[in-house]
Write a protein that binds this ligand. Structure first.
Ligand SMILES: [Zn+2]
Length: 313
């Protein structure tokens, strides 16, 4: 499905399920995605109805068309409970003004007035790319077995990119639908957001890398949400873990002098961070800084202006 971003596509999957299809992930709510689905119904899906929609997690490119599909085919959404509830929470921000807590959070990270004004203007955009969510759902929990055409797909939950991200592993077909939990070419965003400033999502992320590797064997073909299917799950998990550990080392070395979150972008990113990437870059920087604090390798001090300064412990 097309995406109006520099990452220009998301992969969605249709599993043949008797006379219907189980669809995994749905695309962002845009006119282009609706048109692509219309084409798929009559071509790839051969005119058969969608019998069930499953979403790996609640980001708009994955869940955006879930309500559109479930209403159109009068079928149910399967998703983990935390993804469903968190999505409802974020969609409810649409139309609200940016809360003072969030402005304080980004000011503490070192943002200037221009960036804060831009954030306030854009606040509440999450819901724009999500069709009205289904008002009920079927909960999928870690370890659940979902039967599709007589084959079992086992739920493997990962955390850190989103709160309760679903991966599906089918031992019989040696396939794993990995969502954004394991991607072949890019690293998934792991971010701290204003609703939980002291969160340590990188701890969850690193633990999930170990957990996925423990539970899903090396022989699977991995079906990721972005870029091509690939083999070599365990090697990729090892690369992801090493990449974050390398970043943490470089970051700790850079904190000999006290720094704000925005001052560590040079250490962390090759690209220059402009306004459009500022929220994600700040979230990622804080995820790594909070991890160093949890490991007692860094400390944070708030100055009289409310700015947070980090230094190596
Ligand atoms: Zn995502």
């Amino acid at each position: 499905m097309p995406l109006p971003l520099s990452l220009n596509h998301i992969n969605v999957w249709a599993l043949e399920d008797g006379d219907t299809w189980t669809v995994v992930d749905t695309g962002m709510q845009t006119a282009e995605t609706a048109a692509a689905w219309q084409t798929a119904f009559s071509s790839a899906l051969r005119g058969r109805p969608v019998g069930r929609v499953i979403c790996t997690h609640m980001h708009p490119d994955h869940i955006g068309m879930a309500g559109w599909l479930t209403r159109r085919f009068d079928c149910q959404l399967g998703i983990t409970r935390l993804e469903y509830v968190t999505c409802r929470m974020l969609v409810a921000d649409t139309g609200r003004e940016a809360p003072a807590d969030a402005v304080r959070f980004y000011r503490a990270a070192g943002w200037g007035e221009e960036a804060l004004e831009d954030y306030k203007a854009r606040f509440g955009g999450f819901g724009k790319h999500i069709h009205a969510l289904p008002d009920s759902f079927r909960r999928i929990s870690d370890g659940d077995e979902i039967e599709v055409s007589g084959r079992i797909w086992r739920a493997v939950i990962g955390r850190g990119h989103s709160p309760e991200h679903l991966c599906l592993h089918c031992p019989q077909l040696a396939l794993m639908i990995s969502g954004d939990q394991v991607l072949p070419r890019i690293t998934s965003n792991v971010s701290v957001f204003p609703t939980e400033p002291q969160a340590d999502p990188l701890a969850d992320w690193l633990a999930s890398i170990i957990e996925v590797g423990r539970r899903v064997p090396e022989d699977v073909l991995v079906l990721p949400s972005h870029n091509e299917p690939f083999r070599g799950l365990h090697a990729r998990l090892g690369e992801l873990s090493a990449w974050h550990e390398g970043l943490l080392d470089r970051l700790r070395d850079a904190l000999g002098q006290p720094k704000r979150a925005i001052d560590v972008f040079d250490v962390m990113f090759r690209r220059r961070v402009g306004l459009s990437l500022l929220t994600l870059a700040t979230g990622e920087a804080l995820a790594h800084l909070n991890r160093l604090i949890s490991r007692r390798q860094a400390t944070r001090e708030i100055d009289a202006q409310g700015i947070a300064w980090y230094r190596a412990a």
